[in-house]
Design a protein around this ligand. Structure first.
Ligand code: ADP
Ligand code: ADP
Ligand code: ZN
Length: 219
């Protein structure tokens, strides 16, 4: 099954993608993670996108489409792909449709993560990640079980994203409403949209997503 996690910054896409990967032999394809990796390794793409990302604007469609094309045309696990943070514009959605058609894959579900704006700002400003494995935590809602030690890999180094400040968040939220929210109607019209209450706790959201993925699927 191939799915999209669609939602504003901080709505829990990365957190839920990780859960699905662990449970269902799926791969997480996060354009945000790919772009951050490109920055870290100092590639040309990384240099091109750095300032745009820090500001909170979207990078160009061509860049993210080529990143996704490369991954979707490579080896994928039997469980399929979770697109996390892609597509974010109508042009990206059209390109994804064409790409999937070209390689004989289908898009099965689009999970819309609904969270109100004030909760989102608290989520991004409290977010931190394990520097070793990328596991995502939060100062209030999802601390590590043992202070200073990653639950997943035992790592002791953590980072905060440069764009997880309120100013950049406001610009990202605006970009979401202007560019990405139209995809809700787009995928609704295609019969693929499944809204979930992203304000529930992490386990509650996972359970709702699993229901949305199972519903209407035979066998
Ligand atoms: P969040 O987890 O807060 O939703 P991401 O990690 O998905 O943020 O993305 C971080 C930044 O990377 C975005 O603000 C944007 O600059 C860039 N980016 C990621 N995915 C895309 C995309 N599909 N299209 C354009 N820009 C993107
Ligand atoms: P996104 O990938 O959509 O930007 P993340 O998965 O990185 O979102 O989550 C943003 C922040 O909110 C992280 O610090 C994460 O630990 C926290 N978080 C995620 N889901 C929930 C939830 N259901 N309730 C409370 N906090 C959450
Ligand atoms: Zn870790």
């Amino acid at each position: 099954m191939n799915i999209i996690l669609l939602g504003p910054p901080g709505s829990g896409k990365g957190t839920q993608a990780l859960r699905l990967v662990q449970a269902l032999d799926m791969v997480q394809l996060s354009t945000g993670d790919m772009l951050r990796a490109a920055r870290k390794s100092g590639t040309d793409i990384g240099k091109t996108v750095a300032a745009v990302m820090d500001r909170g604007d979207l990078v160009t469609d061509d860049i993210v489409i080529s990143l996704i094309r490369e991954r979707l045309t490579g080896d994928l696990p039997a469980g399929g792909a979770i697109l996390d943070g892609f597509p974010r514009t109508l042009a990206q959605a059209d390109a994804l449709g064409a790409l999937l058609d070209g390689i004989g894959m289908t898009l099965d579900r689009v999970i819309e993560m609904k969270v109100d704006d004030e909760a989102l700002v608290r989520r991004v400003t409290g977010r931190f990640t394990c520097s070793d494995c990328g596991a995502v935590y939060h100062d209030d809602t999802h601390r590590t079980q043992t202070e200073g030690i990653c639950d997943v890999c035992g790592g002791r180094r953590f980072t905060r994203r440069g764009d997880d400040n309120e100013e950049s968040f406001r610009i990202r939220l605006l970009a979401y409403y202007r560019e990405t929210a139209p995809l809700i109607g787009y995928y609704h019209a295609l019969g693929k949209l499944r809204p979930v209450n992203g304000s529930a706790d992490i386990d509650g959201v996972s359970a709702e997503i699993r229901e949305a993925l199972e519903e209407g699927v035979s066998s």
